[in-house]
Design a binder for this molecule. Sequence first.
Ligand code: DPM
Length: 341
Amino acid sequence: KMFSSILFTLFQLARIQTDYVAEKLKNLYPDVNLGIVPMSTIGDKILDTALSKIGEKSLFTKELENALERNEVDLVVHSLKDLPTTLPDGFTIGAVLQRESPYDAVVLHPKNSGLTLDSLPDGSVIGTSSLRRAAQLKKRFSHLEFKDIRGNLNTRLKKLDEKEDYSAIILAAAGLKRMGWETRISQVLNPEDCMYAVGQGALAVEVRARDSDILEMVSNLHHPETVLRCIAERAFLRRLEGGCSVPVAVHTEVKDSVVRNFPETDSGICEETRRSKACRITSKQFAEESADFQHVGVTALNVPQFSQVAAEKLGVALADLLLSQGAMEILTTARKLNDAR
Ligand code: DPM
């Protein structure tokens, strides 16, 4: 059987990510014939629009899903953080690969070499169109200014280097590494300065939910720890009714199953930490809940169901805690501000 995947061509990154997953599959299944189908999406045509404005409507992923639905391809590779927490009927995330660094990184204008966000002069302009990054960093580095920067990674680096508009820009460390631009990272932001987006740094393989052959094949790509962290994060975001554009940030660890979060805007900040021991879920709960194998869009048959249920509950419980503290008001304000941009 011939399997194929399509490119997610919004960023050049899409090709790199697709090739990476194809390589892993070829190593696992040397006999499988993998074709890579390039596709230009509406995302390529509206590159200059802030992602926070179009991301909400899942424009990027819709066209790729159409190709999946028509059986033109069997799998699609995405950055997990660009996938909505509720997938359209008939699709599922069949694999979540081991997470790269989930953190954000500072890329400096060459003239600022050696400086950090702390030591940049007052009034320095930082480029980012992520509400999440701007909201957190404004609080932490009040001497800096934040301005939108649009376009794909190539365009942004060009805008940084070839003009004097920005002193630095903020990008995901994972994307920079995959592009081979690790040397441009001058500072990796720790969770105290800036927590990451839900699913950041993890690659996801989307497939037809009923295609059990393909599901089984890609399920060997799952990285169990990443799966559990991302289920907790996505459940948290889903409960907050958040999409790509809301300023919601997270920090998850599997060691003590800790999830920490920050939905935050200019007007407010909520922060809470929750822990969950997967083993606290009783077998009765497990039996009741395992009927549905998907958890926030993820199908991971080879990761214990009770752990997945626990991770999902953890994310929901943490979101409920923040909602009880007024998180919805903060997010509604943030949405209005974003729509007005
Ligand atoms: C989402 C956001 C951004 C991307 C919002 C956020 C950044 C948008 C911007 C949901 N998707 O993070 O708060 O800076 O204007 C995106 C990148 C990657 C996947 C690039 C980046 C690569 C990293 C990964 C865009 N999507 O965040 O620097 O695979 O996780």
